[in-house]
Design a protein around this ligand. Structure first.
Ligand code: AMP
Ligand code: MG
Length: 404
């Protein structure tokens, strides 16, 4: 029996990142993983420029306790460069984003001065040296690694890539992941359902999770609890996919065949993990494909996929900047628990004037998929702990959504 953390680390450690990459238009890279460091070919901003509409002047002219009167010798709108040097006693009319002219080092806001003909009067205290100037390279310095290979591309990364003048970048290829449901009782939504059958929900939740991660999904359908059919489905998937996600068939009943077949056609690492929901799980490989055998119960399959498989898939995708989002929330009700298993209860997290508070979603059976629907987080209850009291701080992890 492994602890949750041991199991999670083991699964992550077995995975090697894919090395294939592809060149993509920057605007198609949302949610992708950058394949290599991106260095800046020039400074951003490329020239020191004005942060305000106002007057560019020399700080040296601001000495003394009174105001100063400066002669306006140039006008510089954004997009223009003026090489007229600003000398002692001079200023330039300047607009936001326009490069500072030679000699000037400070900008006074237009609201703080009086313009009189070709002169501008700057009152004492209206501006301090270097005010309202965005120095060359304040955002990005030439040669600097602006983005690191392995980082997840959000809108701001897309923006900075464009600001470097790039139109295309190398990103890691998306892994192809096959998703297979197992079970004689499981039928496809839309098909005819016998009285003892249930519609397949796991394939939909797992496909959704994979889509959110940015994997390419191969739909492996539903496979009955028959040795030949399972063997054929697993072998076929291993020829097409980088990873295989199955649900069901990994506990110890007579119809739980996934372990045996994985063992026969590949290598297996089967564990009982000290966690609830989701105790028994099967991991391994079939040829080059990684195999993640999730439990069948809908909540178990999702929780194990989120907590154990997700970090392994990020590693497969070459993402280096992922970390779990966990924080403390005040528990608003007591929770009964026996020591011995790490529990992941579904919770509702609310932000209040007192900070984050959390309640459970009610009944926590591993078949109650509505607990995932009602909930917006997992509540982490430590393996060694017994009952939790109302008012305690507990660890929570919000359900992942799009980066927003
Ligand atoms: P198993 O581990 O195969 O015995 O499955 C455990 C429980 O999960 C059983 O009650 C199954 O009916 C249910 N289950 C298995 N696969 C699915 C699925 N794809 N969708 C919904 N429920 C499932
Ligand atoms: Mg089954």
């Amino acid at each position: 029996m492994f602890s949750f953390e041991e199991a999670r680390q083991r699964v992550i450690d077995r995975v090697e990142p894919l090395t294939e990459r592809e060149l993509l238009a920057v605007r198609s890279t949302l949610g992708r993983i950058l394949a290599e460091d991106v260095r800046a070919p020039f400074d951003i901003p490329p020239l020191s420029n004005s942060a305000r509409d106002g007057y560019a002047l020399r700080a040296a002219d601001l000495t003394g306790s009174g105001g100063v009167r400066l002669r306006v010798v140039a006008e510089i709108p954004a997009g223009h460069y003026s090489d007229r040097e600003i000398r002692a006693g001079e200023a330039a009319r300047i607009f936001t984003g326009a490069p500072l002219p030679p000699g000037a080092d400070t900008v006074v806001m237009q609201e703080h001065v009086q313009r009189r003909g070709e002169y501008v009067e700057v009152p004492a205290g209206a501006v301090k040296p270097d005010d309202n100037v965005r120095p060359r390279g304040e955002d990005v310095k030439s040669g600097e690694a602006v983005l690191e290979g392995g980082s997840y591309i959000r809108p701001q990364e897309m923006g900075i890539l464009a600001s470097l003048g790039l139109t295309q970048v190398w990103v890691n290829r998306r892994p192809r992941v096959a998703v297979i449901s197992t079970g004689n009782e499981v039928v496809e939504a839309g098909d005819r359902r016998g009285p003892a059958q249930i519609f397949d929900s796991n394939r939909s939740t797992l496909i959704g999770l994979l889509q959110a991660l940015g994997a390419e999904v191969l739909d492996g359908g539903i496979v009955r609890d028959e040795v030949d059919e399972l063997r054929q489905a697993f072998v076929r998937a291993s020829g097409n996919a980088h990873a295989i996600l199955t649900s069901g068939g990994v506990s110890v009943g007579a119809y739980d065949l996934v372990r045996d077949i994985l063992n026969e056609v590949g290598e297996i690492d089967f564990w009982r993990v000290k966690m609830r929901p989701g105790g028994p799980q099967a991991y391994g490989r079939i040829g080059p494909a990684y195999f993640f055998g999730l439990p069948g119960n809908p909540v178990s399959a999702m929780v194990v996929c989120l907590e154990i498989v997700r970090p392994a898939l990020w590693r497969l995708m070459g993402r280096k900047d992922w970390q779990p989002t966990r924080f403390h929330a005040r528990l608003r009700e007591p929770i009964r628990k026996r020591p011995g298993l790490m529990e992941f209860q579904r919770g509702v997290l609310t932000y209040t004037a007192q900070g984050w508070e959390v309640t459970t979603t009610g009944p926590q059976g591993s078949g109650i998929l509505r607990s995932m629907v009602k909930g917006n987080c997992l509540i982490f209850l430590a393996e060694e702990r017994g009952d939790y009291e109302s008012g305690e701080d507990v660890w929570v992890e919000p359900f992942p959504m799009a980066w927003l």
